[in-house]
Design a binder for this molecule. Structure first.
Ligand SMILES: [Zn+2]
Length: 161
């Protein structure tokens, strides 16, 4: 058995809502709030723009029993409800739906630290040169396929054997 909801899954649900809401705040809200229905094993509800989960039907009792559903109005549900229905979060929703992810920028700054380490003071010319090197490296590596490790089938010995 596995728990049906975790903070990681809420994050995935958030990004799914952003990607599929077409910059429509009301659609985003309905998709975001349906999380509270889904975690209680309720996959249909009254919604104006969105009224059922997109996953395949969970009609099979075995499939339904694979998950630990949260019971409505219990402390775990109330805690998740506080996060999902947070007024602060709702105030930010119009700004969140534009799919503005800072991951690429964070990757660049992480890479730039290789060239502009904080432990050494550079003058303005040094900073510019180091930044240009970081930009060249970043641009050269952007869009490359992620490295994979290939393991031959014949080498199946356990590590340390
Ligand atoms: Zn569902």
């Amino acid at each position: 058995m596995q728990a049906n909801i975790s903070l990681g899954r809420q994050g995935l649900h958030f990004w799914w809502c952003v990607k599929t809401s077409q910059n429509n705040v009301e659609l985003f809200k309905e998709k975001w709030f349906y999380l509270l229905y889904h975690i209680c094993n309720q996959h249909h509800w009254d919604g104006n723009l969105y009224s059922k989960c997109t996953h395949k039907s969970i009609d099979d009792e075995n499939e339904e029993n694979r998950y630990l559903w949260i019971i409505k109005d219990t402390p775990p549900f109330t805690n998740i409800e506080k996060i999902v229905m947070s007024q602060l979060f709702q105030n930010d929703m119009p700004h969140l739906i534009h799919e503005c992810h800072t991951g690429v920028l964070e990757n660049f700054h992480s890479l730039a630290l290789k060239y502009r380490t904080k432990r050494i003071h550079f003058g303005i010319d040094g900073m510019e040169a180091q930044t240009k090197l970081a930009v060249l490296t970043h641009n050269n590596n952007t869009g490359r396929k992620q490295a994979t490790v290939k393991v031959s089938r014949s080498n199946t010995e356990e590590e340390g054997a």
